[in-house]
Design a protein around this ligand. Sequence first.
Ligand SMILES: [Zn+2]
Length: 673
Amino acid sequence: MIKPETVERIIDAARIEEIVGEFVSLKRRGANLLGCCPFHNEKTPSFTVSPAKGIFKCFGCGEAGNSVHFLMKHEHYSYPEALKYIAKKYSIEIEEEELSPQQIEKQTEREGLFNVSDFAQKYFSELLTENELGRNIGLAYFYERGLSDDVIKKFGLGYCLDEWENFTKHALASGYSINVLEKTGLSIVKDDGKTYDRFRGRVMFPVYSVSGRVLGFSGRILSSEKQAAKYVNSPESEIYNKSKTLYGLFQSKNSISKSDLCYLVEGNIDVITLHQCGIENVVASSGTSLTMEQIRLIHRYTKNITVLYDGDAAGIKAAMRAVNMLLEEGMSVRVVLFPEGEDPDSYARKYGAEMIKNYVEQQATNFIVFKTKLLLEETQGDPIKKAALIKDIVQTISFVPEMIERNLYVKECSALLDISEHTLATELAKCISERFKRKERNSEPQPTPISVNNNVEPNPGSGNDLPYPVESSLPDFVQSLTQQPVYANEMEERRIISLLINYGDTTIKDKVENEEGEMVEEEYYVSAYIVGDIMNDDIMFENPTYQEVFDMYKTKIYEGEVIGSSYFFTLNRPDLDNLVATMLTNTYTISEKWGDDKRRIYVPKPEDNVDKDVKEALLKLKQAKVNQKIQEVKEQLKVASDINDIMLLLNEQKNLESIRILIGKALNQIITS
Ligand SMILES: [Zn+2]
């Protein structure tokens, strides 16, 4: 358990733009930074980071929160893991309270898997440099491949002894359970209960997450044993998902972002050799064929990708497969093919760092041009083959999302293939519309948009007389606020909560009557003022989350404390983080698009109007609640049959109407003041 004081220090120290910037390429936009959202698939950036407020907010999918929330969501960290990550980054010493045995047990399985993987990496790298066999076999192998100590360290390379249960025994003796060892795949448990090491007598390549945690291993055999597989890899586990991992991304991400270019290679060793040669913007899909998730990982840092492939038939085939996916994701793709029989690693070792740098730069060809030329060679004038080739190329071009780019490719290929642009363009249009139709057929029926009332068609333009618009196109983040249909008084309630969060710890002035009956001006904290006023009228929030936030302010005020919005970020409540961050960001972004009167989405006023704003918001909330009550009474009157009930209801209606008039007057005063 991390002590609360330390938690506070850590959260204060976290610079949101630095934390998020580790994973998302951000560009400055005024006071904020903007990037492409890592939580949903988007091509136009709508992911906003506010350094001043310490929060991020995506206006596409609604995800929002502070640094801790970001790490939990993005890296799937637990709360303490996220705090520890930040503490390490900002060199904050963590004071932990002793864990009880129950708490230790409660530590998540994920943490256990991370810990044992980290332990294994350290052990293997120690064997590589400290153990005689490790030095003579493993280290000698790396040196022979031209790797320096720095690069060996950078990639955490290691060696495991050629014994049946050397590692398992060592890990068990160090307190790790056979359960976690088995789950990471480091140890294998046989039916008879005997255990042995998965990796034996191999050089070890740890696989890191984007943030640098060890997820699994790849082990390469050095002996020439015929039956042994050249590579043995960790199996998938709770923490290791191969289709979402790219080898080398952790070590390369800064360079990829800086150079705005990513090289994609096939093997782990290619990544390391290229780093050794000074090419540090390189990743490998290592073992799996490239997945959409991996492409999106790269896309966070750059849209430019150059695929480096072996010059053999298999290499070319792999390149072809990957490229349609890359194009579809909107990446700009170039290709470098190595001479037959060479891969980046062998080429670099044969010709050296300078040569490979030049080779990669000079050979990089636009993919579609590359593919056309390659296939054209194969057709050798055969018209049937050529027709198939045209279909193939057009198919590939159709994956390019941008029309302008597509047209450029049509032009280029028309020249290469000696076919009119018109013919290609027609073929292309056919291809795109076919795929579009296929997609439509496959797509699920769209969920009904949010509606205020189940009896009402969700159609905004139908002249409905509901007090709130039935928006079929409300932005997602409004829906994500409540996770339930927007109800009648949502806007008014939200406005109050927004004022609490944005200005709760600032003060406003109001005139009150003192004991002598004179009107005097008093200063109040906004939160105290709002809480007092709402408690006075016994108003409850319909949205349970709003009510919860309100109750937190209430409790604190009764305890004589005034809290600011940062308080919520210390609670480890991702749902509240999200809400609070949304409220904080709404002040500067919704207004542009959604602030007009028709849509009635609340836009907080500039800070100098807080006084007026608070009073107006409170009255508006009361007005809404009174209107709602009147409506309820009217409904009851429609079905009431007992004369006494009817009298009571009519009386209540009259009272409510007079309150409504009072509120209306007060509102008028404020608005015209
Ligand atoms: Zn998003």
